[in-house]
Design a protein around this ligand. Structure first.
Ligand code: ZN
Length: 545
């Protein structure tokens, strides 16, 4: 007879570096659990470098000192050394200039690029296209920006010459060395991976110990998945596992096109299939994540939503109805090259990995879509974090998604997940004129915000995209724009960019793009509730032309 374990398992673990070999980590802990009948049992669990010397009656151990569970520790090169995060008044200090990198001449770029490079509407914008702007508000001239080491030196010197000390209203250094922040994050991710892996091993061991039929270890353990962030290949495994586990719901599409560096961009379709495996024509919802590489919480949220739908199908009436009446088209990682780069080189990389020449890398994909391309609100300067690229949809990632979107034909709602700032942004970004569907978009955006608030109390702001600042060539404008609408049989799409946690007013603003892994689940929960409303509403009330 099978024994059932009660769920009151008590785990306590310590992670520590051993004295003799500081690079080796040991994981030790005590495990107490109660089997059916209330008999308490306990075991000592030892993982890591010291396990050879430990003894204990019931012990699971893993002794490979260099490679605990095959989990790779992230070891960033020093790309962010002495980069600083600074809050400052950009309008007041836009006169501080940054040199154009040696060898770059305006005649080297296309006439279009050089004109947008030179003729920003405001001098402040010209200055800001040199910096990596993390947040800014339309209500004040304050900007939070990431400076390279040499930019920061120059800025500090200029402020010194102006006689303005650091720490006042004019400028404050939030973080002096972003490399340190990235390294701390890498350490945290690694420790979390180890802790989660120990839990998985113990769960397998418990099953074995109690004579349960060996639980097959699958590629992905959904019970622990959302406790941490994951690399690109692991995320791909996550979606493959979902497709294996829910063949009646999920179709995995290995490639909708390739990135600049030749990686396949995968996608999934998710809906309740007919008994013969075919899919009825129904309204479609488009979700995409990780257009910007460093916005990891956007990727985890799309994973959470996918799992939320698949795991509740047939259990939750609302979700069962949603999957019966709707088809989801999901691109989990748009910018795979950039995302890999944030795991291997630079945690704060944003753009794709296009070589622009002269040592400049990357096009901002969310300024490269073929909608009012390069009409301001983006940069023609190849080093800029908002560099729009040489021409509309020049980037293969953008081409792949535009094509895939255009093939669908029945899309009624589209969300592009980003972080951070806690904003629900509706069209349009390229013009200050209110969009023809402002009333409908505002109604749905405001509802999303109030639903999110009810889940964990987080305050998001619902507003037109341009109210934040002007952008052109952005995905959410393209979804709502003429090209996509024509491809979509004339049906306009409810289109939003959602900027996820944390908020702008996070103390110091330091965590920014680095949202702690403990927030993946609460963030997923608040967005899942909002999306249940969104999908149900826009499918039943599509935009009228
Ligand atoms: Zn973004």
């Amino acid at each position: 007879m099978k024994k059932f374990l009660s769920i009151s398992v008590v785990l306590s673990f310590a992670l520590l570096a051993t004295q003799s070999a500081p690079q080796v980590l040991s994981v030790t802990g005590d495990l107490t659990f109660t089997s059916e009948g209330g008999v308490s049992e306990s075991a000592q669990v030892v993982f890591g470098g010291r396990c050879q010397r430990e003894s204990g009656p019931q012990r699971i151990s893993h002794c490979d000192e260099d490679d605990i569970f095959g989990i790779k520790q992230v070891n960033y090169p020093r790309e962010l050394k002495n980069h600083a995060l600074v809050r400052f008044n950009a309008r007041k200090h836009h006169d501080i200039t940054f040199p154009v990198p040696a060898g770059f001449a305006l005649e080297d770029v296309s006439p279009l690029s050089s004109s947008t490079f030179q003729e920003q509407e405001e001098p402040m914008e010209t200055m800001l296209q040199h910096l990596d702007v993390w947040s800014r508000s339309s209500a004040s001239d304050e900007v939070l920006a990431h400076f390279t080491a040499s930019q920061f030196e120059r800025f500090e010197r200029a402020m010194h010459l102006k006689g303005i000390p650091e720490g006042g209203d004019d400028w404050q250094v939030i973080e002096r060395d972003l490399q340190r922040v990235a390294d701390e994050d890498a350490e945290n991710i690694y420790m979390t991976s180890l802790r989660v892996r120990v839990e998985e091993e113990i769960s397998l061991w418990k099953n074995k110990h109690h004579g349960n039929k060996d639980k097959k270890k699958s590629r992905v353990d959904f019970e622990t998945w959302f406790k941490n962030y994951h690399r690109h290949d692991e995320i791909k495994d996550f979606y493959l596992q979902i497709a294996d586990d829910y063949p009646e719901l999920v179709t995995y599409i290995p490639s909708i096109g390739q990135t600049v560096e030749g990686r396949d961009i995968f996608a999934i379709k998710l809906t309740a299939k007919e008994h013969d495996g075919s899919i009825k024509e129904k309204p479609q919802i488009w979700w995409q994540g990780l257009q910007h590489a460093r916005e990891w919480a956007g990727g985890s949220t799309v994973q959470f939503l996918t799992h939320h739908l698949t795991s509740n199908y047939g259990k939750n009436d609302n979700i069962t109805a949603i999957l019966r009446d709707t088809e989801f088209v999901i691109v989990p990682i748009m910018n795979i090259d950039g995302y890999d780069y944030t795991w291997n080189n630079n945690r704060l990389w944003r753009k794709n990995r296009r070589q622009n020449g002269l040592g400049a890398y990357g096009v901002d994909l969310n300024r490269n879509w073929d909608d009012h391309f390069a009409e301001g609100g983006s940069s023609g300067f190849p080093w800029s974090e908002t560099y729009h690229g040489p021409s509309a949809a020049s980037e293969p990632e953008v081409q792949a998604l535009q094509k895939f979107f255009s093939e669908q034909k029945r899309i009624v709602g589209a969300i592009d997940f980003h972080c951070y700032s806690q904003l629900v942004l509706r069209p349009e970004g390229w013009t200050t004129k209110l969009s023809p569907h402002e009333k409908e978009h505002k109604f749905v955006g405001d509802r999303i915000v109030s639903i999110i608030k009810n889940v964990h109390g987080k305050t998001y702001i619902s507003e037109p995209s341009v109210a934040l600042y002007k952008t052109t060539g952005a995905a959410s404008d393209w979804f709502y724009g003429d090209q996509a609408t024509a491809a979509n049989n004339g049906q306009h799409v409810y289109s939003y960019t959602i900027e996820l946690r944390p908020s702008d007013t996070n103390p110091g603003g330091r965590s920014g793009f680095i949202l702690p892994p403990e927030e993946i689940i609460p963030l997923g929960e608040e967005i899942a509730q909002a999306m249940e409303f969104f999908v149900d509403y826009v499918v039943k009330n599509p935009l009228k032309n």
